[in-house]
Design a protein. Sequence first.
Length: 173
Amino acid sequence: MGVPRELTAWFEDVLVPESTPLLRRYVRQLVPGDPHRADDIVQETLLRGWRHITTLAATRSPQAWLSRVARNVAIDWARRHAARPTEVDEDLATFPAPDDEHYDAALDRTVLIGALRRLSPAQREILVLVHCEDRTHAEVAHSLGVPAGTVKSRAFYGTRELRRVLGDIGVTG
């Protein structure tokens, strides 16, 4: 026995288009700094919604049901990730010894990551997408489902705050 056509149409034409941007925003708060993981979680959530379409359609709030599933998927991923040991290449002799330039780059990265963690999640996400992933404001706005002006504003104030934080720790003058 298949899924009734009305449920299929409701799911594909109404629920998915309306819920995806909301879920994406919600999940990106659960896994900040990892937009690809967030997209995977949203996709898994929608797949579970499809698998339980009759239950989903019978709920008072399908969005709440999907949000709860997304939260559970994110928690499961975090637990799985925490329980898995770090994989290391057994033959470390094949790697050349790092020089001073590599140490400086690693130190710069560590300082920058620490400073980024002191920003709001929204500002941090925008700065990473715009500066690290080299995406345009329009691309970021589209992927996050927010206006381009919001992206520009968060990038401006995020950059200003990042400079202040780096100044506080003595990196910039």
